[in-house]
Design a protein around this ligand. Structure first.
Ligand code: AMP
Length: 186
């Protein structure tokens, strides 16, 4: 499978955030999946890609050249797709992913995972979406989603299209079951 991962171009200040990149990167490589990510060489993005590569896995990066001054490109990934802009980057990362995982990150990460989540809610994304909640980083977002349900802006059914977890075992089961259910529906 191709696993698209969104995460910070910064490292964050908690060891648990770094651990999440190592856990997910190792899992991707050891299970012969391919990492699809933004192609950057900074922060958790770099740590994630390096972990996959060090464990013998494949990495596809997707990025526009104009980012070079802001975020260096990773020099050693398996394949790089150059795009014109951020919209195209997101599109290609979505099209090439069989599951989407967000690790801790900033506004770029939120922007990217929000897109796949909102698409899932309108039936335009049939792949699993996971928020890797290491160190409780996304606890407040989870609460916000619950508030959306309580306030009548999000259905309970749609809330279930998102898994918050910090257990790779639980995430793996969720992805497998999600895919099985999708196959049975066809
Ligand atoms: P951040 O979580 O803010 O560190 O950003 C993570 C990644 O998302 C970085 O590679 C950013 O360049 C990227 N990013 C920021 N804004 C957007 C956007 N609007 N669309 C797609 N990617 C973005």
């Amino acid at each position: 499978m191709n696993i698209t991962v969104y995460c910070g171009s910064s490292m964050g200040n908690n060891e648990l955030y770094r651990n999440s990149a190592v856990i997910v990167g190792t899992w991707i490589a050891k299970n012969n999946h391919t990492l699809v990510y933004g192609g950057g060489a900074s922060g958790l993005m770099r740590l994630l890609a390096d972990t996959v590569l060090e464990n013998g896995g494949k990495v596809l990066g997707v990025r526009p050249d104009f980012l070079a001054d802001l975020e260096p490109a990773h020099p050693g990934i398996t394949q790089l797709i150059k795009v014109e802009n951020m919209s195209e980057r997101k599109k290609i990362m979505i099209e090439n992913g069989d599951a989407y995982i967000a690790l801790p990150g900033g506004l770029g990460t939120i922007e990217e995972i929000s897109e796949v989540l909102s698409w899932a809610m309108i039936g335009r994304n049939s792949n699993p979406c996971i928020i890797f909640n290491s160190g409780g980083f996304y606890d407040d977002l989870k609460k916000q989603f619950e508030k959306m349900v309580d306030s009548g802006f999000l259905t309970k059914e749609n809330e279930r299209l998102i898994l918050f977890s910090n257990s790779m075992e639980e995430i793996e089961d969720y992805i497998k079951n999600y895919k099985l259910k999708a196959m049975n529906k066809k």
